[in-house]
Design a protein around this ligand. Structure first.
Ligand SMILES: *[C@@H]1O[C@H](CO)[C@@H](O)[C@H](O)[C@H]1NC(C)=O
Ligand SMILES: *[C@@H]1O[C@H](CO)[C@@H](O)[C@H](O)[C@H]1NC(C)=O
Length: 122
């Protein structure tokens, strides 16, 4: 084999290995929002779904909540709000098949961004 062919084969093998590992990332936490059609204290109500589209569980999922102000209260076991961060699901793992949903009311829609999580593959 020519050296470049060896290198190519090695790279192919490495990329194969990393696919087999099926890594999970914070980016595998996805957030979808839709209008419920209701107004709460003059604010649009949104239904928000936090999903983990990876087979490994993700716990201690925290969202950037700077500027989040809901006129509808949220169960802190589902979303605990501090000045800057929101903790999802009381820090418990979010599994692939069990998204977390909550509703809130704010104009306009608030853009939640995941900032950290702990990934556990079993
Ligand atoms: C919010 O969205 C989820 C997922 O689509 C759905 O199961 C749930 O019924 C919705 N809840 C409300 C209040 O619209
Ligand atoms: C997890 O995120 C990575 C990078 O964003 C992506 O390549 C991978 O397909 C995601 N996994 C799943 C199961 O969606």
């Amino acid at each position: 084999m020519a050296p470049s062919a060896k290198l190519f084969a090695a790279l192919l093998f490495v990329s194969f290995l990393s696919k087999e590992n099926s890594q999970c990332f914070l980016s595998n936490i996805t957030i979808r929002q839709s209008m419920t059609g209701f107004q709460i204290h003059g604010m649009t109500e949104w239904n928000t779904t936090v999903s983990n589209n990876c087979l490994c569980s993700q716990s201690e999922v925290k969202l950037d909540c700077r500027g989040f102000q809901t006129t509808k209260s949220i169960d802190p076991l589902i979303l605990a709000i501090t000045d800057t961060e929101c903790l999802v699901n009381n820090g418990l793992p979010i599994f692939n098949s069990t998204p977390i949903t909550f509703t809130y009311a704010q104009n306009p829609q608030f853009n939640f961004k995941p900032i950290s999580s702990q990934i556990a593959c079993s």
